[in-house]
Design a protein around this ligand. Structure first.
Ligand SMILES: Cc1ncc(COP(=O)(O)O)c(C=O)c1O
Length: 446
């Protein structure tokens, strides 16, 4: 597979072209020496370099390579992460109406897009898996029920995998959506690599209409690199999708990111399948070692590169385990009061695993921490997120917030799952969760 974007910039460098174009560093080193090579490859939309949002040259060619690799109808590059793809997917479906059925385990990028676009999410609460009841699995039955109750909903939006590695039954959900003629959008930010696992469980192959993958999260791609995949079910023309992306994205998308997406195609074609096969064995070794010490973890059979350790069961908080891991030279992906999440990839090396095994061998397993599970119920929706966001607000003490309409979105942790969002009424249950997680003040509608 060729790498047309990278090859173009390489040739530009070989020809020693005088850069009377942007960016201002002119391909020369101005910061640390580490940037010397990077700056040479950081270019803009000069003649021959194509343009991301109206691509018909090297970017188009590279996107076609990605399309082939993912088996999509069209795969479109984003240099603005999955966030840009989510804004785009939602703008497209918004042309048909405002209501969208969504799993509550949605990321902040979805919520912000709803505020921007004036969409009204109809929430589906995942079946409980964490103590707030917001990380977990939503089911096809739940989706069907919501579609029946909301025949004017324009799409269903799911997040799979979520931050802990939960993956809902996309195939069953897609069958329901097909039956009712509703588009299924999937935030697959965490699962680009699934396509290259031996038992491919990529959402594109399970019936979604569109999905986004943060290539940068799991594949060897620079931060910000992502894909927006359109399946055969998706009726929008590629040019129409790009027009929308153009409205949210920078007019100067990073060519470093585009080149890393381009080079990644080569990796995906030549190495990925084999390396993900091998990594499964490594993951099994890690899990066996955890098992031998009675350290519980979420099964994550599909999102197998995510190791989610249940810290409470061995007497720690996830945050405490994270700080202990740090002493072993390991920075983990994420921790909260319950879990710690480690991301595995073929690009980790022997010494990295040695650090992890040393941690597992040394960690003292203590008595389980029992916590009262808080039963989370969805708050009542009073205003749309956009309406609430645009209203005058005041800041009140959480203690006094019950019964008020929230004017902000509060998520407890990086996964971005909202406990309360703009336009929802703060109930006693939400108040308790907010207080327990250290929130003192909250913005409410005046
Ligand atoms: C589930 C989920 N969706 C979407 C995003 C946004 O992705 P990106 O950072 O690529 O814009 C994230 C980022 O952490 C995420 O975790």
């Amino acid at each position: 597979m060729n790498t047309p974007i990278y090859d173009f910039v390489k040739e530009l460098n070989e020809n020693n072209v005088s850069r009377f174009f942007m960016p201002g560093h002119k391909g020369r080193c101005f910061l640390g020496i580490e940037f010397e090579q990077l700056n040479k490859y950081d270019i803009t939309e000069i003649t021959g370099a194509d343009a991301l949002f109206v691509a018909d040259g090297i970017i188009d060619e590279s996107e076609k390579n990605a399309t082939k690799l993912f088996g999509s109808r069209e795969t479109i590059y984003s240099a603005g992460g999955s966030t840009l793809c989510i804004q785009t997917m939602l703008s497209l479906v918004k042309m048909k109406g405002k209501k969208i059925i969504a799993g509550r385990n949605a990321h902040m990028s979805f919520i912000n897009s709803c505020i921007l676009l004036g969409l009204q999410p109809i929430w589906v609460l995942p079946k409980v898996s964490d103590k707030y009841g917001v990380c977990g699995l939503i089911t096809a039955d739940q989706i069907e029920e919501k579609i029946k109750q909301n025949p004017d909903a324009v799409a269903v939006y799911i997040t799979a995998p979520d931050y802990l590695g939960n993956v809902c039954d996309i195939k069953q959900i897609s069958k329901v959506c097909d039956r009712y003629g509703v588009d299924l959008l999937c935030d697959n930010a965490h699962g680009a690599y699934l396509k290259f696992a031996d038992d491919n469980k990529h959402p594109l192959d399970l019936g979604v209409t569109m999905c986004c993958d943060s290539a940068h999260k799991t594949l060897p791609v620079l931060t910000g690199g992502a894909y927006l995949h359109l399946s055969d079910k998706c009726k929008y023309a590629k040019s129409e999708v790009k027009n929308i992306m153009n409205m949210f994205g920078s007019t100067s998308p990073s060519y470093l990111i585009l080149q890393s997406l381009d080079l990644c195609n080569w990796y995906l074609e030549n190495r990925a399948k084999n390396e993900y096969k091998q990594i499964k064995t490594v993951v099994k070794q890690i899990k066996d070692r955890l098992k031998s010490k009675n350290i519980p973890y979420l099964e994550n059979e599909i999102d197998f590169c995510k190791i989610t350790i249940d810290a409470n069961k061995i007497g720690y908080t996830g945050d405490k385990l994270k700080s202990i891991l740090y002493k072993y030279g390991i920075e983990c992906e994420y921790s909260n009061s319950e879990y710690v999440v480690l991301l595995i990839s073929p690009f980790l090396q022997g010494p990295d695993y040695n650090n992890l095994f040393a941690f597992i061998d040394d960690i003292k397993v203590k008595k389980e921490i029992f916590k009262n599970k808080v039963t989370y119920t969805l708050p009542e929706v009073v205003l749309s997120p956009k309406e609430a966001f645009e209203k005058d607000f005041e800041i009140v003490n959480v203690e006094e917030s019950q019964g008020r309409i929230c004017a902000q979105t509060i998520s407890l942790c990086p996964p971005g799952v909202p406990v309360i969002m703009c336009g929802e009424k703060i109930n006693n249950n939400v108040k308790k969760i907010l207080k327990n997680s250290g929130n003192i003040y909250i913005k409410v509608v005046k």
